[in-house]
Design a protein around this ligand. Structure first.
Ligand code: NAP
Length: 327
């Protein structure tokens, strides 16, 4: 029988999750079944468990927002996919050994792709890719400023920006990460203590960043805003410090900054199918070529999902916590 990690109540400590057997169902016309292989635990999953996420599923629910698997069965009429093919589900409820979904939401990948890396492709690299494309007309040589630069999104921004010819001014909270992120391709990497209002221009060789990315909130978000060229977008995607943004009037009046937000779920709902397809095809190719890589801290079996959640909630990890969905 397939297994799934199910959530029974929001906001409990420890989380009200249990791994239990689920029924195996045959795919209906236009559906596929994935034998799920791996899925990461992302901050959004922890927010769903907390009950603080933007949209919450009816309970009990199988949780998980991304992952990778191989096609186990094709429903009638599905012709563009084949059994055994590696695919990424664009679906909720991925922490399961078997997942049924519309074939149009299964993104096929090359058979020799790294499954663990692929399981982390649909959320953070896609977010980074859209952030680099949808908010500013960046030209090669332009600068982007971001906080939480060591996060999955932050690292994807560094790798993709370098690939696209943009430069990054990166802020981290831990000095021990400075050299590692420079080696990853971060053009400038500094800690939160550096006052970007005073230092950004010198750090960026006389230029100012034309796009600001905020995953933290509070004073860190303001520091990023203070680094930006007049008229630039400042895009919030996360709130790791759980502090609101306090925006000085001058950043609006004199700097005309545009404070925006981005949510990948809305993009997936609203973007044209061709844009979604080309985003994931491009990212899969970059992953396959080794241009995108996300560090892993630990892989735990699905049966140990509660322990994996505890590990994912720890501060200052060395990488993602992954669930092995067939172990
Ligand atoms: N809006 C969207 O569509 C979207 C999509 C993807 C991700 N996100 C958001 O983006 C953020 C990053 O996600 P992820 O999966 O990339 O994260 P991740 O890999 O799990 O890393 C979390 C990062 O947050 C940093 N951090 C945690 N608490 C912090 C604090 N109090 N102050 C400053 N930094 C702090 C950590 O710093 P250390 O490295 O020092 O531990 C780490 O770099 C999350 O808020 C997530 O929800 C949003």
């Amino acid at each position: 029988m397939p297994l799934a990690c199910r959530l029974f109540a929001f906001g409990e400590k420890p989380p009200a999750v249990r791994v239990e057997s689920i029924l195996s169902t045959a795919p209906a016309p236009g559906e596929v079944v994935l034998r799920m292989l791996a899925a990461p635990i992302n901050p959004a999953d922890l927010n769903v468990i907390d009950g603080t996420y933007g949209e919450l599923p009816p309970l009990p629910a199988t949780i998980g927002n991304e992952g990778a698997g191989e096609i186990l069965a094709l429903g009638p009429g599905v012709e563009n996919l084949r059994i055994g093919q590696i695919a990424l589900p664009l679906a909720f409820g991925t922490w399961t050994s078997e997942l049924i979904l519309p074939a149009k939401n299964a993104i096929p990948l090359p058979d020799d792709i790294d499954i663990h890396q692929a399981s982390m492709l649909t959320v953070n690299p896609a977010t980074a890719w859209r952030l680099l494309h949808d908010f500013a007309s960046l030209q090669p040589g332009d600068w982007i400023a971001q906080n939480a630069a060591n996060s999955g999104v932050g690292r994807a921004v560094i790798q993709l920006a370098r690939h696209l010819g943009f430069r990054t001014l990166n802020v981290v909270r831990r000095p021990e990460l400075l050299d590692e992120l420079r080696a990853l391709g971060g053009d400038v990497v500094v800690t939160e203590e550096v006052d970007l209002r005073r230092e950004a221009r010198a750090l960026c060789g006389g230029m100012l960043p034309k796009l600001g990315l905020n995953s933290v909130g509070g004073s860190s978000a303001l520091n990023i805003a203070n680094a930006l060229a007049a008229g630039s977008p400042h895009v919030t995607i996360g709130a790791m410090a759980r502090q609101p943004l306090k925006i000085p009037n001058g950043l609006l009046i004199f700097q005309n900054l545009a404070f925006r937000g981005f949510w990948l779920r809305r993009w997936k709902e609203n973007a044209p199918a061709a844009e979604i397809q080309s985003t994931y095809a491009t990212l899969a190719d970059l992953l396959h070529r080794g241009i995108l890589h996300t560090p892993l801290q630990q892989i735990l079996p699905l049966s140990e999902a509660p322990a994996a959640l505890t590990a994912a909630m720890q501060d200052k990890r060395t990488g993602k916590i992954l669930l092995d969905l067939q172990a």
